[in-house]
Design a binder for this molecule. Sequence first.
Ligand SMILES: *C/C=C(C)/C=C/C=C(C)/C=C/C1=C(C)CCCC1(C)C
Length: 255
Amino acid sequence: MSFLKYLIPATLLAGLPALAYAGSHASGNLDPSDGVGISFWIISIAMVAATVFFLMESLRVKGKWRTSLVVGALVTLVAAVHYFYMRDVWVSTGASPTVFRYVDWIITVPLQMIEFYLILAACTAIAGGVFWRLFVGSLVMLIGGYLGEAGFINATLGFVIGMAGWIFILYEIFAGEASKVNAAEAPDSVKTAYNTMKWIVTIGWAIYPIGYFMGYMAGGADANSLNIIYNLADVVNKIAFCLAIWAAAVTESDA
Ligand SMILES: *C/C=C(C)/C=C/C=C(C)/C=C/C1=C(C)CCCC1(C)C
Protein backbone atom coordinates (compact mmCIF):
# COMPACT_ATOMS: atom_id res chain seq x y z
CA MET A 1 0.00 0.00 0.00
CA SER A 2 2.96 2.32 0.43
CA PHE A 3 2.83 3.19 -3.27
CA LEU A 4 -0.34 5.14 -2.43
CA LYS A 5 1.68 7.92 -0.87
CA TYR A 6 3.28 8.57 -4.24
CA LEU A 7 -0.07 8.80 -5.94
CA ILE A 8 -0.78 12.45 -5.14
CA PRO A 9 2.52 13.90 -6.41
CA ALA A 10 2.45 11.60 -9.43
CA THR A 11 -1.09 12.67 -10.34
CA LEU A 12 -0.07 16.30 -10.02
CA LEU A 13 2.98 15.82 -12.15
CA ALA A 14 0.94 14.15 -14.86
CA GLY A 15 -2.08 16.43 -14.58
CA LEU A 16 -0.67 19.94 -14.61
CA PRO A 17 1.11 19.80 -17.97
CA ALA A 18 -2.12 18.39 -19.41
CA LEU A 19 -3.90 21.47 -18.11
CA ALA A 20 -1.27 23.69 -19.72
CA TYR A 21 -1.63 21.83 -22.99
CA ALA A 22 -5.39 22.22 -22.94
CA GLY A 23 -4.87 25.95 -22.41
CA SER A 24 -2.55 26.28 -25.38
CA HIS A 25 -5.24 25.16 -27.85
CA ALA A 26 -7.06 28.43 -27.44
CA SER A 27 -4.10 30.60 -28.20
CA GLY A 28 -1.62 28.78 -30.38
CA ASN A 29 2.02 28.39 -29.51
CA LEU A 30 4.34 30.45 -27.41
CA ASP A 31 6.40 32.81 -29.56
CA PRO A 32 10.12 32.12 -28.81
CA SER A 33 10.84 35.87 -28.96
CA ASP A 34 8.17 36.65 -26.35
CA GLY A 35 10.36 36.89 -23.25
CA VAL A 36 7.46 37.65 -20.91
CA GLY A 37 5.45 34.69 -22.23
CA ILE A 38 8.47 32.44 -21.75
CA SER A 39 8.95 33.67 -18.19
CA PHE A 40 5.31 32.74 -17.44
CA TRP A 41 6.00 29.30 -18.87
CA ILE A 42 9.28 28.64 -17.02
CA ILE A 43 7.76 29.77 -13.74
CA SER A 44 4.71 27.50 -14.24
CA ILE A 45 7.11 24.56 -14.48
CA ALA A 46 9.18 25.75 -11.51
CA MET A 47 5.97 25.96 -9.43
CA VAL A 48 4.99 22.38 -10.42
CA ALA A 49 8.47 21.10 -9.59
CA ALA A 50 8.41 22.91 -6.22
CA THR A 51 4.97 21.43 -5.46
CA VAL A 52 6.14 17.87 -6.06
CA PHE A 53 9.30 18.54 -4.05
CA PHE A 54 7.45 19.90 -0.98
CA LEU A 55 4.88 17.08 -1.08
CA MET A 56 7.52 14.38 -1.32
CA GLU A 57 9.63 15.97 1.39
CA SER A 58 6.58 16.21 3.65
CA LEU A 59 6.71 12.41 3.84
CA ARG A 60 10.14 12.35 5.45
CA VAL A 61 9.86 15.09 8.09
CA LYS A 62 8.48 14.58 11.60
CA GLY A 63 4.68 14.62 11.87
CA LYS A 64 4.42 18.10 13.40
CA TRP A 65 6.24 19.59 10.38
CA ARG A 66 4.10 17.94 7.74
CA THR A 67 1.35 20.56 7.69
CA SER A 68 3.89 23.34 7.06
CA LEU A 69 5.29 21.53 4.02
CA VAL A 70 1.87 20.56 2.66
CA VAL A 71 0.70 24.18 2.99
CA GLY A 72 3.92 25.22 1.18
CA ALA A 73 3.03 22.78 -1.61
CA LEU A 74 -0.46 24.32 -1.82
CA VAL A 75 1.07 27.77 -2.28
CA THR A 76 3.14 26.61 -5.25
CA LEU A 77 0.32 24.43 -6.64
CA VAL A 78 -2.17 27.32 -6.63
CA ALA A 79 0.48 29.53 -8.23
CA ALA A 80 1.30 26.89 -10.89
CA VAL A 81 -2.31 26.69 -12.04
CA HIS A 82 -2.54 30.49 -12.19
CA TYR A 83 0.75 30.77 -14.08
CA PHE A 84 -0.42 28.35 -16.76
CA TYR A 85 -3.57 30.36 -17.12
CA MET A 86 -1.86 33.77 -16.99
CA ARG A 87 0.58 32.70 -19.69
CA ASP A 88 -2.40 31.85 -21.86
CA VAL A 89 -4.05 35.23 -21.26
CA TRP A 90 -0.76 36.98 -22.03
CA VAL A 91 -0.10 34.97 -25.21
CA SER A 92 -3.60 35.28 -26.60
CA THR A 93 -4.40 38.90 -25.67
CA GLY A 94 -1.06 40.63 -24.94
CA ALA A 95 -2.74 42.16 -21.88
CA SER A 96 -1.55 41.95 -18.25
CA PRO A 97 -3.45 39.22 -16.40
CA THR A 98 -4.04 41.48 -13.39
CA VAL A 99 -7.30 39.94 -12.20
CA PHE A 100 -5.74 36.47 -12.13
CA ARG A 101 -2.74 37.74 -10.20
CA TYR A 102 -5.12 39.01 -7.54
CA VAL A 103 -7.08 35.73 -7.51
CA ASP A 104 -3.73 33.97 -6.99
CA TRP A 105 -2.64 36.41 -4.26
CA ILE A 106 -5.91 36.23 -2.32
CA ILE A 107 -5.37 32.46 -1.99
CA THR A 108 -1.58 32.21 -1.65
CA VAL A 109 -0.85 35.19 0.62
CA PRO A 110 -3.10 33.98 3.49
CA LEU A 111 -1.58 30.49 3.09
CA GLN A 112 1.86 32.04 3.52
CA MET A 113 0.65 33.93 6.59
CA ILE A 114 -0.51 30.61 8.08
CA GLU A 115 3.10 29.43 7.69
CA PHE A 116 4.36 31.95 10.29
CA TYR A 117 1.86 30.48 12.70
CA LEU A 118 2.58 26.86 11.74
CA ILE A 119 6.37 26.96 12.09
CA LEU A 120 6.00 28.49 15.57
CA ALA A 121 3.19 26.10 16.50
CA ALA A 122 5.45 23.16 15.56
CA CYS A 123 7.89 24.09 18.33
CA THR A 124 5.94 25.97 21.00
CA ALA A 125 2.47 27.08 22.19
CA ILE A 126 1.21 30.06 20.23
CA ALA A 127 -2.11 31.95 20.23
CA GLY A 128 -4.39 31.80 17.18
CA GLY A 129 -4.56 35.62 17.25
CA VAL A 130 -1.16 35.68 15.52
CA PHE A 131 -2.66 34.01 12.48
CA TRP A 132 -5.85 36.10 12.51
CA ARG A 133 -3.98 39.41 12.61
CA LEU A 134 -1.76 38.37 9.68
CA PHE A 135 -4.85 37.16 7.82
CA VAL A 136 -6.77 40.41 8.31
CA GLY A 137 -3.66 42.40 7.30
CA SER A 138 -3.37 40.46 4.02
CA LEU A 139 -7.07 40.90 3.21
CA VAL A 140 -6.91 44.66 3.76
CA MET A 141 -3.72 44.86 1.67
CA LEU A 142 -5.09 42.86 -1.26
CA ILE A 143 -8.66 44.17 -1.31
CA GLY A 144 -7.39 47.78 -1.13
CA GLY A 145 -4.95 47.11 -3.99
CA TYR A 146 -7.54 45.36 -6.12
CA LEU A 147 -10.20 48.05 -5.72
CA GLY A 148 -7.58 50.61 -6.77
CA GLU A 149 -6.21 48.65 -9.75
CA ALA A 150 -9.67 47.75 -11.03
CA GLY A 151 -10.82 51.37 -10.81
CA PHE A 152 -13.55 50.89 -8.17
CA ILE A 153 -11.83 53.45 -5.98
CA ASN A 154 -9.18 56.09 -6.60
CA ALA A 155 -5.74 54.48 -7.32
CA THR A 156 -4.03 56.49 -4.59
CA LEU A 157 -6.66 55.57 -2.00
CA GLY A 158 -6.30 51.88 -2.96
CA PHE A 159 -2.54 52.21 -2.54
CA VAL A 160 -2.86 53.80 0.91
CA ILE A 161 -5.27 51.10 2.13
CA GLY A 162 -3.00 48.38 0.70
CA MET A 163 0.09 49.87 2.37
CA ALA A 164 -1.75 50.04 5.71
CA GLY A 165 -2.48 46.29 5.51
CA TRP A 166 1.14 45.49 4.65
CA ILE A 167 2.53 47.70 7.45
CA PHE A 168 0.19 45.96 9.90
CA ILE A 169 1.66 42.58 8.79
CA LEU A 170 5.23 43.93 9.11
CA TYR A 171 4.46 45.20 12.61
CA GLU A 172 3.22 41.77 13.70
CA ILE A 173 6.25 39.87 12.36
CA PHE A 174 8.89 42.44 13.45
CA ALA A 175 7.52 43.63 16.80
CA GLY A 176 4.23 41.85 17.55
CA GLU A 177 3.42 38.61 19.35
CA ALA A 178 4.80 36.42 16.54
CA SER A 179 8.22 38.06 16.78
CA LYS A 180 8.26 37.81 20.58
CA VAL A 181 7.35 34.11 20.60
CA ASN A 182 9.99 33.47 17.94
CA ALA A 183 12.71 35.33 19.86
CA ALA A 184 11.88 33.70 23.20
CA GLU A 185 10.99 30.12 22.35
CA ALA A 186 11.94 28.99 18.85
CA PRO A 187 14.95 26.71 18.24
CA ASP A 188 17.74 28.10 16.02
CA SER A 189 16.56 26.49 12.79
CA VAL A 190 13.08 27.99 13.20
CA LYS A 191 14.60 31.38 14.03
CA THR A 192 16.61 31.19 10.81
CA ALA A 193 13.50 30.31 8.77
CA TYR A 194 11.46 33.03 10.51
CA ASN A 195 14.16 35.57 9.76
CA THR A 196 14.36 34.66 6.06
CA MET A 197 10.55 34.71 5.73
CA LYS A 198 10.36 38.05 7.55
CA TRP A 199 12.85 39.66 5.13
CA ILE A 200 11.13 38.15 2.11
CA VAL A 201 7.88 39.74 3.30
CA THR A 202 9.76 43.06 3.63
CA ILE A 203 12.11 43.24 0.61
CA GLY A 204 10.56 40.70 -1.77
CA TRP A 205 7.02 41.97 -1.21
CA ALA A 206 8.07 45.61 -1.70
CA ILE A 207 8.30 44.87 -5.43
CA TYR A 208 4.49 44.69 -5.74
CA PRO A 209 3.63 48.13 -4.29
CA ILE A 210 6.54 49.61 -6.30
CA GLY A 211 5.01 48.06 -9.44
CA TYR A 212 1.57 49.38 -8.48
CA PHE A 213 3.00 52.83 -7.85
CA MET A 214 4.85 52.93 -11.19
CA GLY A 215 1.90 51.52 -13.07
CA TYR A 216 -0.95 53.59 -11.67
CA MET A 217 0.43 56.64 -9.94
CA ALA A 218 3.72 57.63 -11.58
CA GLY A 219 2.50 57.90 -15.13
CA GLY A 220 2.38 54.22 -16.09
CA ALA A 221 4.93 51.46 -16.64
CA ASP A 222 5.01 49.25 -19.72
CA ALA A 223 3.27 45.88 -19.41
CA ASN A 224 6.39 43.91 -20.42
CA SER A 225 8.64 45.16 -17.61
CA LEU A 226 5.87 45.04 -15.06
CA ASN A 227 5.03 41.40 -15.78
CA ILE A 228 8.69 40.30 -15.81
CA ILE A 229 9.22 42.03 -12.46
CA TYR A 230 6.10 40.48 -10.88
CA ASN A 231 7.05 37.05 -12.26
CA LEU A 232 10.57 37.12 -10.83
CA ALA A 233 9.21 38.45 -7.54
CA ASP A 234 6.86 35.46 -7.31
CA VAL A 235 9.76 33.00 -7.65
CA VAL A 236 11.45 34.49 -4.59
CA ASN A 237 8.29 35.21 -2.65
CA LYS A 238 6.76 31.78 -3.11
CA ILE A 239 9.45 29.19 -3.83
CA ALA A 240 12.29 30.67 -1.73
CA PHE A 241 9.81 31.47 1.08
CA CYS A 242 8.71 27.82 1.26
CA LEU A 243 12.30 26.56 0.92
CA ALA A 244 13.15 28.42 4.13
CA ILE A 245 10.37 26.48 5.88
CA TRP A 246 11.55 23.21 4.33
CA ALA A 247 15.10 23.82 5.61
CA ALA A 248 13.83 24.32 9.19
CA ALA A 249 11.55 21.27 8.98
CA VAL A 250 14.36 19.00 7.78
CA THR A 251 16.86 20.31 10.34
CA GLU A 252 14.40 19.94 13.22
CA SER A 253 13.34 16.46 12.09
CA ASP A 254 16.93 15.23 11.93
CA ALA A 255 17.84 16.78 15.28
C1 LIG B 1 2.72 35.13 -4.08
C2 LIG B 1 2.20 36.44 -4.09
C3 LIG B 1 2.52 37.41 -3.19
C4 LIG B 1 3.49 37.17 -2.07
C5 LIG B 1 1.89 38.70 -3.37
C6 LIG B 1 2.08 39.76 -2.59
C7 LIG B 1 1.43 40.99 -2.88
C8 LIG B 1 1.66 42.16 -2.22
C9 LIG B 1 2.64 42.26 -1.10
C10 LIG B 1 0.92 43.36 -2.62
C11 LIG B 1 1.01 44.55 -2.02
C12 LIG B 1 0.31 45.82 -2.33
C13 LIG B 1 0.56 46.91 -1.47
C14 LIG B 1 1.46 46.79 -0.28
C15 LIG B 1 -0.05 48.26 -1.70
C16 LIG B 1 -0.58 48.46 -3.07
C17 LIG B 1 -1.35 47.32 -3.54
C18 LIG B 1 -0.64 45.97 -3.52
C19 LIG B 1 -1.76 44.96 -3.43
C20 LIG B 1 0.14 45.78 -4.83
